[in-house]
Design a protein around this ligand. Structure first.
Ligand SMILES: C[S@@+](CC[C@H](N)C(=O)[O-])C[C@H]1O[C@@H](n2cnc3c(N)ncnc32)[C@H](O)[C@@H]1O
Length: 232
């Protein structure tokens, strides 16, 4: 039975709340943009990017604005996919963002059709079983030597799901003051209902088992981590 993303969609349809989180840098977008931009500058071939759960494509268009982009395909289940159209105008004729479930989108992509798959803060909305399927699909869709960039909410290795959610929502309630009180309540409810973070070791083990090699760390913060993996 496929997971329902109706509540996730509802949260991100009201994009302003998440954009306030991005603008206040609570999820370290500035560091992610700088790290991805530096990584992209070192790539020798034009990039063919798939962005899973792209939102309004703020992250990709900031990180890759000076990169050599052959194509960019974003997908998002929320109305943010409409907002993305303005941002991706920096890549005329080479970029599109569609509305839909990223798992269905990925399944529909031909094998070896992307050089980069970016999944930033989106995969933690899936169950563990569905995450494993997504990892395998990413490997199928990437060219050999292609890069899977996975940034997400990640638990400490010795931490339970409930302990992580309690710790994160505590920080959100007390420290995410750029959001209104109502906004913080809504954001915490979203995290309690719709976030299923894995631990670092679960993530690294399952990505390796699917046939990827860790190439570099992208983000190493307390609640949030990211890595770039190469398809072997
Ligand atoms: C926390 S936001 C991250 C947005 C952007 N990637 C970033 O890093 O700032 C999560 C995004 O994933 C999208 N999303 C969650 N589940 C999805 C699914 N099953 N299919 C497509 N998009 C999904 C949400 O709509 C939302 O825009």
């Amino acid at each position: 039975m496929p997971q329902s993303f109706a509540r996730v969609k509802e949260t991100f349809d009201a994009w302003a709340m998440y954009q306030a989180v991005v603008d206040a840098d609570y999820m370290h977008h500035a560091e992610i943009v700088a790290t991805l931009a530096a990584w992209a500058q070192k790539q020798t071939e034009p990039l063919r990017i798939i962005d899973l759960g792209c939102g309004n494509s703020w992250l990709a268009t900031h990180a890759f604005k000076n990169a050599n982009i052959a194509s960019y395909h974003g997908v998002d289940v929320s109305d943010a996919s409409t907002l993305a159209q303005e941002n991706i105008a920096i890549w005329p004729g080479r970029a599109e963002v569609v509305a839909g479930n990223l798992a269905d989108f990925l399944r529909a992509q031909p094998g070896a059709s992307a050089t980069v798959i970016l999944a930033s803060y989106s995969i933690h909305h899936f169950s563990s079983e569905a995450k494993v399927e997504l990892i395998n699909e990413c490997r199928r869709v990437l060219v050999p030597g292609g890069t899977f960039i996975w940034i997400d909410a990640i638990r400490r290795n010795d931490e339970s799901h409930n302990a992580y959610i309690a710790r994160l929502t505590g920080v959100m309630q007390n420290e995410w003051t750029a959001l209104t009180l109502d906004g913080r309540d809504k954001a915490c409810t979203h995290v309690r209902e719709s976030d299923f973070p894995e631990s670092s070791s679960w993530t690294l083990d399952h990505v390796a088992a699917a046939g990827f090699k860790l190439s570099r760390s992208i983000l190493a913060r307390d609640f949030f981590r990211g890595w770039a993996f190469t398809k072997t």
